[in-house]
Design a protein around this ligand. Structure first.
Ligand SMILES: Cc1ncc(COP(=O)(O)O)c(C=O)c1O
Length: 423
């Protein structure tokens, strides 16, 4: 592949944009962070005209693929009527009603723009409701880049001491966070038994998508739900990835465990910035009284809400077809990669459900937690990602693959040919 225009653009970008990218995770791509000019369905084209089958999908939001006509039509129609009112409009009600219909915990919602913002207001509401300050999070789980929760995503310590992920975060954020191993209900029970009066909430990705796509052990989510109820601690599911991807009701409907609060983003807006905090009425009423501040110039902007409304309608009206495709094609791809790797004598671990899954080079039989994840071969994986890119397949260099409803059997077959060559 020729990347001449991307390389030239990146040189220019570096003169005016810090690091040449606007989100640190984009810096990982080789030979430089690529520049793109067009996305359609499952395909993405860069500025040099190279075409890729895309499994990055905007880091997850493009569940319906790039440029879905129904979403773009809705957005275009909205644009003709204005882009921001700083006032109410009907789409807010329509989308909120749909969320309430499908998501078990969604008695009331509030919209923001990004996942990080939704998590931020979730934590604030939990603290206001309980009158407690500490938050339990789990090693390896990512809940956005804001100071108070960007802790122990890639842990360095052996004793679960909270670790800041960024220079510039103050040390005091660590006082409010307790970090525990995930999938270990007895450890959680021990901590709640001694510290519950200080703890406002337990927050988790209900599938640990950001580190190895690790599934909850059988009975674990139920056990956490029971413990939180018993100790009066709120349970927050961060469904920024699992939301709409596993089904219209998210992981909570998929697993049949209802949290007190849940955050959604990514797939909700098909690439337009919209996120949401959903929760039980009595907890969300903290915001209704206006004593808990939730604000934002762009919150529930009609353009993003038009995209969300179109996305939800599309998923609802073609529900069976879309979710069957996401799971079936995703699992075909997972199986195909595993078979090729075995033929080639390459040890891989592939984990996940299909709509999203994770591929890692490791000698372990499986990745059980953030510590197992620490010795996956990241350099080798990034090289694999680059070899796939050279063969017209775009994946995230960190290991998570996203499927869209636009991917076809032919895309999967073509991808597997590229995987065989790249491996
Ligand atoms: C589980 C989870 N929570 C929160 C976030 C933060 O969302 P955003 O990047 O939209 O701020 C992400 C982003 O990847 C995520 O995966």
């Amino acid at each position: 592949m020729n990347y001449a225009r991307s390389i030239a653009f990146f040189e220019r970008a570096r003169q005016v944009v810090a690091g040449g990218v606007n989100s640190n995770v984009r810096a990982a791509s080789r030979p430089v962070p690529l520049f793109y000019r067009e996305g359609r369905g499952a395909r993405l084209v860069d500025v040099d005209g190279n075409e890729y089958i895309d499994y990055c999908l905007g880091q997850g939001p493009l569940l319906l693929g790039h440029s879905h006509p129904r979403v773009l039509d809705a957005v275009q129609r909205q644009l003709e009527q204005g882009q921001l009112y700083a006032g109410q409009h009907e789409l807010e009600i329509l989308v909120a009603e749909k969320l309430r219909q499908h998501i078990p915990c969604a008695e009331l919602v509030r919209f923001s723009n990004s996942g990080s913002e939704a998590v931020h207001i979730a934590l604030r509401v939990a603290r206001a409701f309980t009158g407690r300050t500490k938050i339990i999070k789990f090693e390896g789980h990512y809940h956005g880049w804001f100071d108070n929760i960007l802790v122990s995503v890639n842990p360095e310590t052996l004793d679960h001491q909270p670790v800041r992920e960024s220079r510039g975060q103050t040390e005091s954020v660590l006082d409010e966070v307790i970090v525990l191993p995930w999938n270990d209900a007895s450890r959680l029970q021990e901590v709640l038994a001694t510290s519950a009066p200080d703890i406002a909430a337990v927050i988790m990705e209900p599938i640990m998508c950001n580190t190895g796509c690790i599934l909850p052990e059988s009975g674990y989510l139920e056990a956490v739900r029971d413990l939180c109820t018993r100790y009066g601690v709120l349970l927050i599911f961060d469904e920024i990835i699992t939301g709409f991807r596993l089904g219209l009701g998210g992981a909570q409907a998929f697993f049949g465990v209802t949290p007190d609060l849940a955050t959604f983003g990514k797939a909700l807006g098909s690439g337009f910035p919209v996120s949401c905090l959903a929760g039980k009425r009595e907890i969300m009423e903290q915001i209704s009284t206006l004593s808990v501040v939730h604000a934002g110039t762009y919150n529930a902007n009609p353009v993003s809400l038009a995209a969300a409304w179109a996305t939800l309608q599309e998923l609802e009206q073609n529900r069976e077809m879309h979710y069957q495709n996401l799971f079936t094609l995703g699992q075909t791809l997972m199986r195909g990669i595993a078979e090729i790797a075995e033929r080639k004598g390459r040890r891989v671990v592939i984990q996940g459900l299909g709509p999203m899954f994770h591929v890692a080079f490791t000698t372990r039989p499986r990745i059980r937690d953030a510590r197992d994840y620490r010795d996956v071969e990241t350099v080798e994986y990034a090289a694999f990602a680059y070899r796939l890119q050279e063969r017209g397949v775009r994946i995230i260099p960190r290991g998570i693959w996203y499927l869209s409803t636009a991917h076809t059997e032919d895309d999967i077959a073509q991808t597997l040919e590229s995987v065989a060559a790249a491996l």
